[in-house]
Design a protein around this ligand. Structure first.
Ligand code: ZN
Length: 282
């Protein structure tokens, strides 16, 4: 079986330090967690920015500061910047993280209801953002909350905007979205084009069980405080503790862990894209 790629979703838009004091919020805290998680075995880092009040932000300067600190502490890791909607609805604003030229960016190819909000991604916006991914050569991670989002991504490939093979992240168990059952994970993993890669992000108590399933099925795993604040025993988690849990489980069933360069190879990330973002940080 292919080596296991572990992504850490460090911060997200929703959690606060009040909910879990281990949540990394400042650039320093985020970079420190990246280093500790990378040492534990994670290689992709899904990054959101927060302002000084802990609110979600698309401020370019904050993203730059975070990436600069990550590159200082853990130069080998793959940075994936979030284009998540909650921080603002302006199209160009949401494209800012992609235009900084990280190796990867997240891309939700549809709308859905999340607690208290519509996570709005109109057909026009999706096509706009796909064009930005095309122009920049940044690899999108297609965030799939329901099966129609797979079709939308495949449609963009047919139109020649997105490039194959696609990489999907199945986000399961968020209130208002597909429940986090293994049956749903199996269904989604069998619904993507041949040659695609996939990872799973189980929300809340779904995180570790779905990660287990993905490890056995040959998929990849995303964990982190963005998606889940607790360890399986109910105690408060930290990002490194979640990564350590996954590494332990994978080792027990004989699945090896991918290094950042092995992950680049599995996902088809061009080597020359590794350092591009470093030129945009001043
Ligand atoms: Zn996110």
């Amino acid at each position: 079986m292919e080596k296991l790629i572990i992504t850490t979703a460090l911060t997200g838009n929703v959690p606060t330090k009040k909910m879990n004091p281990n949540l990394p919020v400042t650039p320093e805290e985020i970079a420190r967690d990246v280093k500790d998680c990378a040492d534990a075995g994670a290689c992709i880092f899904h990054v959101h920015a927060r302002d000084e009040m802990e609110n979600p932000s698309l401020d370019q300067e904050i993203f730059k500061k975070i990436v600069r600190k990550i590159k200082d502490k853990a130069p080998e890791v793959i940075v994936q910047l979030s284009t998540g909607a909650r921080a603002g609805k302006d199209w160009e604003d949401r494209a800012i993280p992609v235009r900084l030229l990280p190796e990867m960016g997240s891309f939700t190819t549809g709308s859905n209801n999340l607690p208290g909000i519509i996570y709005e991604n109109s057909p026009q916006f999706i096509e706009f953002l796909a064009q930005v991914f095309k122009e920049t050569g940044v690899k999108p991670e297609i965030e799939v909350f329901e099966p129609g989002m797979i079709n939308n991504a495949v449609f963009l490939v047919k139109k020649g905007i997105l490039a194959s093979p696609l990489h999907f992240d199945f986000v399961l168990g968020a209130p208002g979205s597909m429940p986090g059952s293994i049956k749903n994970l199996l269904f989604l993993s069998e619904s993507i084009p041949e040659g695609s890669t996939w990872t799973v992000a189980g929300i809340g108590k779904n995180e570790i069980p779905l990660a287990n399933a993905a490890i056995l099925m040959g998929g990849h795993v995303r964990v982190g405080l963005e998606d889940n604040l607790y360890l399986p025993d109910g105690s408060l988690a930290s990002n490194p503790a979640l990564v350590e849990t996954i590494v332990r489980i994978a080792k027990e069933v004989g699945r090896q862990i991918a290094s950042p360069d092995e992950a680049r190879q599995i996902l088809g990330l061009p080597k020359e894209n590794k350092e591009r973002i470093s030129g945009n940080l001043e």
